[in-house]
Design a protein around this ligand. Sequence first.
Ligand SMILES: [Zn+2]
Length: 438
Amino acid sequence: MTEDIDIYGQQVPILIRNARVNGKIQEIYLDGTGKIGAVAEKITDHEAELVLDANRATALPAMCNMHTHAAMELLRGYADDMQLFPWLSTKIWPTEAHLTESDIYAGVKLACLEMIRTGTTAFNDMYFMMEAAADAVEESGIRACLSYCMIDNGDAEKLESEKRAMQATVKNLKARNNERILPGVSPHAVYTVSEEGLRWCAEYAKAENVPLHIHVSETEQEVTDCIAAHGMRPPAWLDKCGVLSPSCIAAHSCWLDADDIRLYAERGVTAVHNPVSNMKLAGNRALPYSEMKAAGVNVALGTDGASSNNDLDMFAEMKTAAILQKFFWNDPTALPATDALQIASRNGFKALGINAGVIAPGYLADIILVGRNPMNVPCFNAESNAVYATNGLAVETTICNGAILMYDGVIPGAEEIMEEAEKAAFALTARAEAANSA
Ligand SMILES: [Zn+2]
């Protein structure tokens, strides 16, 4: 590493030497504008301001976490091992009702820190007070698609206030003019948003040309209830409301049948696999990955919020996805390691319209280096080691948009971010518990 220069957060020409790229030791040149300029065994025709020796570490495209509620970092470990409804109604919702903007900021700062530490440079988030979330993302140096989560529960008045909140969020995020911050639109789910709400969100997302992010067919109950209420399964109902399109990102998508899968493929929907969350809350079914892949559906990967996972480590998520698919569908060839890496990176970036997820000239310089450690020796196959053997803490260096955010495991300001988040978390739960026992 070049001495006496602040290496962090600078978008300058960088030469990475001695990195393992696609099984060969190569050099990677970042052109100083956020893009990869060259990948070759020896790069001699480019001047770099920073030279970094990767020490034979494996270079991988950074991870893209496609379904999160980042501020829920504050409730990590607050309530586990409960039934879904009592968990939501006695622990999560009463506490969330006391969240302030500064809590959201502290929680998202911690989420971004955890993501940088574990090799993720973009996430697709659904929550509220997204302006505070955007402040945290801007400072952290990573990318996010941030959407206000609409819930109207069939109440016409609530729908109007939810529309205003969503419009204000999209307007504010667009006005920031930051290439790393994308606005999105999120109706929560078919069971919490009315037909009018769903139709409005679909039209609004189209008019603003932004992604639409929604939970779909997470539980069997959701499917049964949707059939009882509307005479059709959730994907068909969403299609009737105009929601399914190439900009639709459907989290969970566990309980899909062959017609649902065909509909996703026809409409160009991206499905997001959330294996840890589904297993922890005993959703009892895995996203039908092999069938979806055969039908040509774009499948991405996400962790869901920290209160149902309880981490944002995409390496752990890749391993869980790969082994859950094999176990649930009784097929050890399901979701191989190369696919796990692709759903964790390229497919997510593609759905968000971000030109990353591949280490090749012209792509955005969102790159991570996974160093040598006892978990990945010997390295017969770097992809296999990344998915099955290591975890996110094996990431040594994280680069987003051509700027170094972590080098050799060090992220400037990390201690303070953890300190502030911990304080905010304890104060929040104390406030909520005092109010709820009064
Ligand atoms: Zn979720």
